[in-house]
Design a protein around this ligand. Structure first.
Ligand code: SUG
Length: 453
């Protein structure tokens, strides 16, 4: 640590536990993996264990690791609000018969991708010295629009102490304020405990934007107006923020979030040359606002094509800081399967002039088939030691908690789920029993609709 004011700050990665209804329903338009794997049989148990294994590997390597619970699915409340009535069994049966796509949506375990849970500003950057949170409205798709209410309750339960944590309302859930959270936000700084500059990447401008500069094929999920509103809620000044437009061609190639094409950590920005519409202006503004030299690590298309970037999720890696100043890149197993990508990791990243000194490969294939890599599965929260102590619940991973969560998954999760199984009323009962036990295990109190009635 460079001075005493930043002593004790660490980045804690809060990974989303994969829920018991993890399935492949092809729900996410513009997400190539989700679109191509819809209809496959999933393995929720394996998915949850892969996630827990990633968390444990990083904890064992010395990185503070947190965990966030999954959501209540099927979302029977959502089905009822859409006019399905009667007993739970009747609601599920009628939805399966009359609106199977709606049933699939209310069963999605998409809250596992906690990079979309919300946007977080560390206390070091906030005028009031508190950590600020805004749950993302995820209004781009129905299955994800169902998440923010419970997300807000979960974040408020864990980051409960008002002396340290401030929670803001979800932005209006309407296209002008379309918000997908931290997946489109990167904080750059010298070290985590130093003040940072916030890079917000948006896909389109809602008011007065130029349609010629927007994607043609797939939707832009983040608006400039949403990013600006979050920065405003968190009290960030213009000197602390950079707003950059994502390259529309990248969105049209399947880059539905910025974290599919760029990742930053400390002063390092690892990105594909097609990440930003105006690369030079984005780098210039970051350089002007940062108090430390920016270390851009640019990957050109000739090294990794857009297709390889989207298929391998190279940029959906976690970039983690080590005490000696070096960084570790946590990549999905798919990076090893594409020769150009693996070669780029060796030649350009590991051998290049940058702090990346190590690569860890993790298998998160169950999540990857729905378009969620290592970085999607975690929400980064930089916390001081005092703030870590102020957390509510057992949410920081230990060997004991990892063991209990593993046993919990093995007790409750199925190892096979086809889209047609989602109407099984027993699945709903199993899930509620599992989640009730989980809130006790994590000691976070009642956060689910079924616990609040
Ligand atoms: O929103 N997939 C998610 C993946 C989110 C990845 N997150 C980040 N890049 N940060 C999405 O597209 C697919 C669900 C299905 O098809 O069943 C899904 O929602």
């Amino acid at each position: 640590m460079s001075d005493t004011t930043n002593a004790g700050y660490r980045e804690v990665n809060f990974d989303g536990l994969v829920g018991p209804t993890h399935n492949y329903s092809g729900l996410a338009h513009g997400n190539v993996a989700s679109m191509s794997h819809g209809g496959l049989v999933s393995n929720p148990r394996e998915a949850a264990l892969q996630g827990l294994d990633k968390m444990k590997s990083l904890m064992d390597a010395g990185y503070p690791q947190g965990v966030l619970p999954p959501q209540q699915r099927p979302d029977l409340g959502a089905l009822r609000s859409l006019g399905f009535s009667g007993s739970n069994r009747e609601v599920l049966a009628r939805a399966a018969r009359e609106a199977p796509q709606v049933l699939r949506a209310v069963c999605s375990a998409s809250s596992m991708w906690t990079a979309n849970a919300g946007t977080v500003t560390p206390s070091r950057d906030a005028a009031d010295g508190r950590v600020h949170f805004t749950p993302a409205n995820l209004q781009s798709s129905f299955h994800r629009f169902l998440e923010p209410e419970t997300t807000g309750r979960v974040l408020a339960a864990i980051f409960h102490d008002p002396a340290h944590f401030a929670h803001h309302p979800v932005l209006p859930a309407t296209p002008a304020f379309s918000d997908e959270g931290a997946a489109n936000h990167t904080r750059l700084c010298a070290e985590h405990g130093d003040t940072g500059v916030h890079l917000y990447v948006y896909g389109r401008q809602a008011f007065g934007g130029n349609p010629a500069r927007e994607p043609k094929r797939f939707p832009a999920r983040q608006t400039l107006e949403a990013s600006q509103a979050v920065a405003r809620q968190h009290g960030l000044a213009a000197a602390q923020t950079v707003f950059a437009q994502q390259h529309p061609e990248a969105i049209d190639a399947g880059v539905f979030h910025n974290d599919v094409i760029a990742v930053g950590n400390g002063p390092v920005l690892l990105y594909h040359e097609m990440a930003f519409l105006d690369e030079q202006a984005t780098l210039d503004e970051l350089r002007a606002k940062l108090t430390t030299p920016l270390i851009p690590v640019r990957v050109p298309s000739e090294a990794v094509s857009m297709e390889d970037a989207v298929a391998s999720y190279l940029f959906n890696s976690q970039l983690l800081s080590n005490p000696d100043g070096s960084m570790t890149l946590v990549v999905p197993g798919e990076c090893q399967e594409r020769e150009a990508v693996w070669r780029t990791i060796q030649d350009l990243l590991l051998a290049g002039h940058n702090p990346i000194g190590e690569v860890i490969v993790k298998d998160v294939k169950q999540s990857m088939r729905n378009g969620g890599g290592p970085a999607c599965l975690r929400l980064r929260v930089v916390l001081s030691e005092q703030e870590r102590v102020a957390l509510t619940g057992r949410v920081l991973l230990t060997d004991a908690l990892h063991g209990e969560l593993t046993a919990w998954v093995e007790r409750h999760y199925r190892d096979r789920l086809a889209p047609d199984d989602l109407a099984d009323p027993q699945l709903a009962d199993e899930t509620l029993a599992a989640l009730d036990e989980l809130t006790q295990l994590l000691e976070i109190g009642s956060v689910y609709p079924f616990q609040l009635v």
